[in-house]
Design a protein around this ligand. Sequence first.
Ligand SMILES: Nc1ncnc2c1ncn2[C@@H]1O[C@H](COP(=O)(O)OP(=O)(O)OP(=O)(O)O)[C@@H](O)[C@H]1O
Length: 652
Amino acid sequence: LPTDSAALKNILLKFKSSLSNTTALSNWDGKSPPCNKENITTLNWKGIFCSNGYIRGIHLPNMGLTGTVDLSLLVDLKEDLRNLNFADNSFQGPLPDLNIFGALKSAFLSNNQFSGTIPDDAFKGMGSLKKLHLSNNTFTGPIPKSLTNLANLIELKLQDNKFEGQIPYFQDPKLQVFNVSNNNLVGTIPPSLGKMDPSFFTGNKGLTQSSQATPTPADSGSNTRSPESESNTKNPESESKGTSRLTIVLAAVGSLLGLAIIVAVPFILCRKQQRKASLSIETPLPSNLQKKTGIKETDRSLKSLSEGSVGPGGSTRGKKAAESTKLSFVRDDRELFDLQDLLKASAEILGSGCFGSSYKAALPSGHMMVVKRFKQMNNVGREEFQEHMKRIGRLRHPNLLPLVSYYYRKEEKLLISDFVDRGSLAVHLHGYQAIQLPSLQWATRLKVIKGVAKGLGYLYKELPSLIAPHGHMKSSNVLLNEAYEPFLTDYGLTPVINQESAQDLMVAYKSPEFLQQGRITKKTDIWGLGILILEILTGKFPANFLQQGKQKTDVDLANWVNSVVESGDNISQVFDKDMGGTNNSQGEMMKLLNIALACCEAEVEKRLDMKEAVEKIEELKERDGEDDFYSSCASEADIKSSRGKSDDFAFT
Ligand SMILES: Nc1ncnc2c1ncn2[C@@H]1O[C@H](COP(=O)(O)OP(=O)(O)OP(=O)(O)O)[C@@H](O)[C@H]1O
């Protein structure tokens, strides 16, 4: 249903009037349209998330809402809606008719007062559903059987209810979270769920650990499966099913491992472990940035200065103090907002890097920003810091993520930039299975490298006084937008990062010249570019980045590739098998590998310089692998449409 239609307004207003205590929805007034057709993402009406003019999410958590939820009033959105979040309110009545919305991916209804038995077929036809949270309500009766047929379900939270009977049979579940703790369940825990965290089953007096036997599909027909029926199932067929289950478990473990690498690398690399990374775009946003970070809106001492200073010099001090509690914008072409807007915004932790954590936060306009917190940025004083940020703010290039604003306090710096839809290249290279995406294809990888090289070339031109104009070239600092266009981030920061931290943590200081001679040079970022290209071509994470400080290491991606080249073995073994590519593209892949190795030359004098590297990369032919290029675009576009555009949001 196109969102500019008056009909849509009416639908939402009718839905609002069916709820009680709706003060939080005061801007659902029918004056403005709920979505703007031309905008990719909008949040005109509180909690209504739109994409390209269609409503994708209704996100009303913790809004003090009461009454019952009549989803039949939203039936005209049945094709469009992907996410519903009614958690943390005081809704009553039976479970709303979720299965009206066949394309729904997540439904969060936890922490309400929903009650009653859920019909067995309540989730019939909801094959897209990935996450269902019904915890902390007072649902009774058996766990509905239709849940067992949801092929994409990965998270099921039913804890703290009054569910009764046995746990139904989940065939080959993809489930990663299955929490039924604190209910009235009886019987045994099915072996197919045996790998779950044991705490997910506690608080059910009649529930016991199962024997090792695998249940047969026949069990799935019954919600009152007897424990005996679980034994005596060992036959070749069930063994092969067991094997396929094992394969799935192994695949899941593999995916999780991939994800764990992405998440763990910064932890291992950095001294100060921050909080656990969350890559899920559908994680609920339970709290705002201030609560998540503990960042103070104002520094109390500064505030009192700004409010209370009188007399000679007092007003200047006061003014300075007030200024120091504000965000500083480095561009004049952007929407202005306050630190307060950010601190109040629902926030999601994106990950914890070397220098602190990054958070995604929605501005009141709905625009998504990323706030990166730096704690080791005191290499220069306030004025020099501000000058440097202004310099970074003047940079403009299609492959650089622009700095939008910053916040300066002696003990805390925040850098604020736009959220980039597809997250980091690192995730797409090493954790793509965990986020259920296909591996990046050759044409996309080449496009990413070309963009990265252009961005780096620009930095070299615009920041000639910096020895390493980027300084921290790595795949988690390359972000990808919807079209897989790369954006470099965390560039130009070497002058402001504390020396010791920089040497311990930044990629430039992992280079051969720093490890061997204690120096970085104008070619150090080229080495970083070379390692990044090797990472992209081989799909292997550069393990030498895991070394902390000035330690020499043999575990180096470039050394490994060089050793294969020198051994005369088949060089094709170094390329990532998941990269695809036609015969036509192999020549270009080889050329790129050679460019990467020339960028990684340990002897700085022999290494390519920036200009040479960029020129050589630009010469690589995309059209050589034309079939491959278009098929890879098509497959990624397919995935995009099958995921639904709403996935770009963090409203669930
Ligand atoms: N602007 C952004 N848009 C989307 N995702 C981002 C953005 N900035 C950071 N991220 C994500 O957040 C994760 C954490 O980023 P962060 O910059 O804090 O750490 P890092 O890049 O892993 O390490 P380092 O601190 O060394 O740069 C990144 O892997 C990336 O996926």
